[in-house]
Design a binder for this molecule. Sequence first.
Ligand SMILES: Cc1cc2nc3c(=O)[nH]c(=O)nc-3n(C[C@H](O)[C@H](O)[C@H](O)COP(=O)(O)OP(=O)(O)OC[C@H]3O[C@@H](n4cnc5c(N)ncnc54)[C@H](O)[C@@H]3O)c2cc1C
Length: 314
Amino acid sequence: MDVLVIGAGVCGLTTGICLAEAGLGVTIRAAAPPQRTTSVAAGAVWGMVRVGPPERALGWARTGLETLSKLATEPDTGVRMASGKEVSRTPLEPYVWMKLLPGLRPCEPAELPAGFTAGWHYTAPVVTMPVYLDYLRARFERAGGTLEVAAVRSLPELAGIAPVLVNCSGAGAHDLVPDPAVVPVRGQVVIAANPGIEEFYINRDDEPPWITYMFPHGDTVLLGGTNEEGAWDEEPRPYIAERIVAACSAIDPRLRGVEILEHRVGLRPCRPEVRLESEPLDGSILWHNYGHGGAGISLSWGCAAEIAAEILAQ
Ligand SMILES: Cc1cc2nc3c(=O)[nH]c(=O)nc-3n(C[C@H](O)[C@H](O)[C@H](O)COP(=O)(O)OP(=O)(O)OC[C@H]3O[C@@H](n4cnc5c(N)ncnc54)[C@H](O)[C@@H]3O)c2cc1C
């Protein structure tokens, strides 16, 4: 084994793929398999939310946009280009990253829900996470990688197991590193039968811990959600699900009485800055790749490519 990657969310899998496709022997060790990570709960649209530092993150996001846009042209990846809008009750300037997206334009007044005064319409990669995670896992294994489900109790216990380790443990880095700068921001979402919604919808008004959004995924629609700082609990709470469905139904009445199929909860690994750097660990090199906040799907390919280039150069 040349590299041991800790974590099988979107960051661990993309890092594993970049290294295995470059010819290295890679094992991923993860406490939870891909379908039981935070990554599976994501909406998910390309964008930069709750992540830093701004310049570096923008670079990683650009790589992510390129890669996801390419995957959207391939079958069975779970990625497609989709249109939708971000709206607000107060004036809303487009973010720098929005300007990279095709078709960015202000919403017409008729496109805004009642009570909203501003909005931006654009096209971006939208990812159906359960399908995408299966695609990433299969691609990693096709490149010769191995995935084992087991928890790592401490980083020092891994010294000597491989010349290079990569820590992609998401919110788990809070205890594993340990890194108190990593704070979980709990997001709960509802998966419902899709009554015919075709465009995504995001309300940018800050009403912590609530945020209202909808992402159609063919026959289903993902409804959100919450941003609960410091909450570690991963059990869906029924009153939150009810409030999410009510808030989304107020925007799109087709959702009234909709069939609920599933509940998901994820812990966004928020940190003032993504930690992407290496340190020595008892004869091995330990890379850190965690703290992607609300943008891990969008940044993962950029971060993975940077780490792979550094490891291959060494
Ligand atoms: C509701 C919601 C909506 C979101 N929407 C978007 C979006 O639209 N766009 C976007 O880009 N991002 C979005 N995000 C953010 C994105 O989901 C995260 O940034 C991303 O999933 C983090 O990926 P990760 O691989 O770092 O962590 P995770 O997916 O949490 O994976 C961590 C892995 O590490 C393993 N692990 C942890 N500790 C240990 C240990 N001690 N030993 C072994 N293994 C360990 C876990 O078992 C898991 O396999 C959203 C998140 C949520 C919750």
